[in-house]
Design a protein around this ligand. Structure first.
Ligand SMILES: NC(=O)C1=CN([C@@H]2O[C@H](COP(=O)(O)OP(=O)(O)OC[C@H]3O[C@@H](n4cnc5c(N)ncnc54)[C@H](O)[C@@H]3O)[C@@H](O)[C@H]2O)C=CC1
Ligand SMILES: CC(=O)[C@](C)(O)C(=O)O
Ligand SMILES: [Mg+2]
Ligand SMILES: [Mg+2]
Length: 335
């Protein structure tokens, strides 16, 4: 592997390509709020566009924005950023963006789903690019406020102006992303790796592994509180060690007993069978079959997603976590 990714930092980037441009942030949820606030704090001109009055509208107002109806924000904008849910983007595009597209407008995404799977096909007279934060929205905001930034991926799908990458990097900088680094990628690579990552490890894999370990201990008659601290609460500390000091740093911080048990038993639990299923899940993303399934589920009102949320809310691990909340909060470092 001799390939080295192209990575941009603050020194390689400038806000100039977006200075004075009118930026419409569509959606004010997890990413929308973080982007609108970070871009505004970085000195860019931001308008929040929303479908209707409601929770997001109130939050945007509380944060000092004067939200507009989606189409009104778009009519005025030079740059339109899609931060409504992936499944909602197609309809918002068709009804509230497409009719107002002008020559030289920018259409921007935080995830490549709708472009890669061709749910949105912008005309050739606009730039289409992406800045994809590799972290949850609230963390994108928190890191920025504290002087840091969450790393981002940048990609260009359509370069009508010839300056699409410069503008993607300007957004990356305004978001705080280039304080860490912005890695150049493609819509295909970002979309597929993001979906594979969230399904197999970040959301799906970690959640199920924690649940499986917790439930095994409880089934064996151990106290749920003890199981919760062991299999769920302590994971953050282990992951933080890996985050700060790598796998070697984590291993140096745990006991030899844990290292030996970890090396031998870890491979039995996450074995070739698990890897085979991980690969199958990844292939299902790459073939477009997962996207097809998710679009179909969304069309039926997302029953599986809703049931997942309800079941988790009622689960013994979540109930136990709520009961232990006070203890966990009390123990958190104070600075
Ligand atoms: N959540 C995250 O941390 C990350 C999200 N992304 C991407 O960012 C984009 C936005 O995702 P999130 O911030 O998670 O979205 P979200 O679910 O938090 O967005 C909700 C916002 O969209 C509005 N909204 C909800 N349903 C709508 C509909 N049917 N039509 C129009 N507006 C609607 C809500 O009022 C709210 O303002 C997606 O493309 C996602 O893949 C990328 C990286 C991480
Ligand atoms: C937070 C993030 O990067 C995810 C998991 O890809 C997402 O929310 O879609
Ligand atoms: Mg992601
Ligand atoms: Mg994602």
């Amino acid at each position: 592997m001799s390939h080295i990714a192209k990575i941009y930092t603050d020194r390689d980037t400038t806000l100039d390509p977006l200075k004075g441009k009118k930026i419409a942030v569509l959606g004010y949820g997890s990413q929308g709020r973080a982007w609108a606030l970070n871009l505004r704090d970085s000195g860019l001109h931001v308008t929040v566009g929303l479908e209707r009055e409601g929770k997001s509208w109130e939050q945007a107002k509380a944060d000092g924005f004067d939200p507009k109806k989606t189409e009104d924000a778009v009519k005025d904008a030079d740059v339109v950023i899609f931060l409504v849910p992936d499944m909602a983007q197609r309809l918002v595009y068709r009804e509230k963006v497409q009719p107002y597209i002008r020559d030289g407008m920018d259409i921007v995404f935080a995830h490549g789903f709708n472009i890669h799977y061709r749910l949105i096909e912008p005309p050739s007279n606009v730039d289409v690019y992406m800045v994809a934060p590799k972290g949850p929205g609230p963390i994108v905001r928190e890191f920025y406020v504290k002087g840091g930034g969450v790393p981002v991926l940048v990609a260009v799908h359509q370069n009508h102006s010839g300056k699409a990458m410069e503008k993607a990097l300007a957004i990356a900088k305004a978001l705080g992303g280039t304080r860490a680094g912005a890695i150049e990628t493609t819509f295909k690579e970002e979309t597929e790796t993001d979906l594979i990552g969230e399904q197999t490890i970040l959301v799906g894999g970690v959640m199920e592994l924690m649940k499986a370990a917790f439930e095994t201990l409880v089934e064996m008659g151990y106290q749920p509180e003890v199981a919760y601290f062991e299999t769920i609460n302590e994971l953050k500390m282990i992951v933080d060690l890996i985050y700060d000091k790598g796998f070697m740093g984590m291993l140096k911080a745990v006991s030899d007993t844990a290292k030996y048990g970890g090396f031998t038993v870890g491979k039995q639990v996450i074995n070739n069978e698990t890897r085979k299923r991980l690969r199958e899940a990844a292939e299902k993303v790459r073939s477009g079959k997962f996207a097809e399934e998710w679009i179909e589920e969304y069309g039926r009102g997302s029953p599986t997603l809703q049931k997942g949320m309800e079941d988790m809310d009622k689960s013994l691990e979540e109930q136990t976590g709520r009961r232990l909340k006070e203890i966990i909060e009390r123990g958190k470092p104070k600075s």
